[in-house]
Unconditional design. Structure first.
Length: 150
């Protein structure tokens, strides 16, 4: 297993994914950033669908010196990303939409219609964060490696 503490990323795709804790009124959003070329998750953040959470994600992206951002037309992106570095549209966000679908399939807490949901916000974030770390970064804890990661 190779962990690279820093790398330069030319382009990244940004998106957010809806889920909930206990009931659908208690929304919880997973904000994702993936490398446009390698399709690997670069950073993620949990929270509401507001600018403050996007700012938290953007702070995580700062060390990567990203030159180009691709996203949908969500107002947070248009307001907070430099216009010269930001491209809005579906043609360059296909990879992150595919990543969202894969995560929805593998993590039932992210599925829109499911009987599997989190009762606690803290556990919701921990479980989803651990699965992302295992799937995308190959991080293994102890001698255990989950079957769907092979």
């Amino acid at each position: 297993m190779e962990i690279i503490p820093y790398c330069h990323i030319e382009e990244t795709e940004l998106d957010e994914m809806w889920s909930y804790v206990q009931n659908k009124k208690n929304q919880r959003w997973l904000w994702l950033a993936i490398d446009h070329n390698t399709r690997r998750i670069v950073a993620f953040a949990f929270g509401r669908r507001i600018q403050a959470v996007f700012k938290k994600l953007r702070k995580l992206l700062k060390p990567f010196d990203i030159r180009r951002y691709y996203s949908d037309a969500f107002l947070c992106y248009c307001k907070l990303l430099p216009k010269k570095q930001h491209t809005v549209g579906k043609s360059n966000t296909q990879r992150i939409e595919r990543k969202n679908l894969t995560l929805r399939t593998r993590i039932k807490r992210l599925a829109r219609k499911t009987i599997c949901f989190s009762k606690c916000q803290k556990m919701h974030d921990i479980v989803i964060g651990l699965v992302i770390n295992i799937l995308d970064f190959g991080l293994v804890f102890g001698d255990y490696f989950h079957a769907f990661c092979t």
